[in-house]
Design a protein around this ligand. Structure first.
Ligand SMILES: *[C@@H]1O[C@H](CO)[C@@H](O)[C@H](O)[C@H]1NC(C)=O
Ligand SMILES: *[C@@H]1O[C@H](CO)[C@@H](O)[C@H](O)[C@H]1NC(C)=O
Length: 357
């Protein structure tokens, strides 16, 4: 009895030994073929220096512009465990104007930039981000203002809608050219990573420490992304219908591509970010399912949609280091877009191509 089963086991093992490399080879060829069929270039790396096109400007205008000392900017040592004190951040950034605005004194900034930070209950992270952003933007000679958009109500966190609200509310304050949509837990490391916009969507967080400083995945558009006002309008902003964490950034990425824009990224040694660990907000229940129906929805659900872009500003205050805009996003279960009614649904092939190009 024992000998028989042993013989079986031995022959089985021998078979296994041969088929394992075979299987690996087949899988490998599968991946390569998949990648070849899938080859598209809608994400590119560009140097920060290409963001500023002095040569396209009239000489008079160009002369007034700030020259950013890119060569002298470098990597800063960021301690993500330090609990900052608002007073000391203020002390270290004495030139920041109330409301969290900074501007160069002796020259004109290339663009006027609004930083939009969706927020709820992350005070430690916010202080860390403020302590880092103010000096960085000053070194980059950028005219900016930091808007913290706080979701007041206790329904699921809606990052996309908070971004749209931030965009609209910031434009009531000033004519911004460029918007940087910024997660509160992403701390930039390299001062060379310019907080400016190009004519596409600039994904500033191209290298996150959690991913050993590589791009999370090819089409990833989360973390920190910068867009000109008009680009954001053309793509209809973020979707408003993702309640809970996840997938609203993929929806954005799909919109960007569909509208014909590229994702441009700083090289990985420049787009470095540290992600501050925390307990994640609850994940959306049907995020992936919702995302599969994005195509039929993107023009109806976003910045310009009267149905979903409803909110109420509860308070607005100019804090020393930021502008606090607290909003009720008016979640109404009955008014939400029902995924079952989606008019389109992407195929599994499309889905795989999106996440594993
Ligand atoms: C949110 O607040 C309402 C009352 O304002 C309460 O009835 C509800 O249980 C709360 N939900 C959660 C998830 O805390
Ligand atoms: C923003 O303002 C609201 C309302 O006054 C307040 O409850 C909240 O703590 C403020 N948030 C921050 C980050 O300052």
């Amino acid at each position: 009895m024992i000998t028989i089963s042993r013989r079986y086991a031995v022959s089985f093992l021998a078979l296994g030994k041969r088929s394992v490399p075979m299987a690996i080879l087949v899988i490998y060829i599968g991946f390569v073929t998949f990648a070849l069929f899938n080859y598209r270039m809608h994400c590119i790396f560009t140097e920060p220096s290409t963001l500023i096109k002095y040569h396209l400007l009239e000489k008079e205008e160009a002369d007034k512009l700030c020259r950013i000392p890119l060569d002298s900017l470098g990597v800063e040592d960021v301690d993500i465990f330090h609990d900052h004190d608002l007073n000391s951040i203020q002390h270290q950034n004495p030139l920041v104007i109330k409301g969290g605005e900074g501007k160069p004194e002796d020259c004109v900034s290339y663009q006027k930039v609004a930083i939009i930070v969706p927020y709820r209950n992350r005070y430690f992270h916010l202080k860390l981000l403020l302590s880092r952003l103010h000096p960085l933007l000053r070194k980059q000679k950028i005219h900016y203002r930091i808007f913290v958009i706080e979701q007041a109500t206790n329904d699921s966190f809606n990052r996309g809608k908070l971004m749209n609200v931030g965009f609209k509310e910031a434009l009531k304050e000033d004519q911004y050219d460029c918007f940087v949509f910024h997660d509160v837990d992403m701390i930039p490391e390299n001062n060379k990573n310019l907080y400016l916009c190009d004519d596409h969507a600039r994904h500033l967080s191209s290298a996150i420490d959690e991913m050993r400083y590589h791009v999370m995945y090819y089409n990833y558009a989360g973390g920190v992304i910068a867009m000109k006002k008009d680009v954001f309008k053309v793509i209809n902003g973020y979707a408003n219908s993702y309640w809970g964490w996840g997938n609203e950034d993929d929806d954005l990425s799909a919109r960007i591509q569909e509208a014909g824009y590229l994702l441009t990224r700083p090289p990985e040694h420049i787009g470095r970010y540290k992600m501050v660990r925390h307990k994640k907000e609850s994940r959306s229940e049907n995020g992936y399912e919702r995302f599969l129906g994005w195509r039929g929805r993107w023009l109806q659900d976003g910045l310009h949609s009267p149905k979903t872009m409803t909110y109420k500003v509860l308070s607005k205050s100019n804090e020393p280091l930021y502008t606090n805009i607290t909003v009720d996003l008016l979640y109404d279960k009955n008014k939400e877009i029902n995924v079952a009614e989606d008019t389109t649904k992407e195929s599994l092939w499309w889905f795989l191509k999106f996440y594993f190009p």
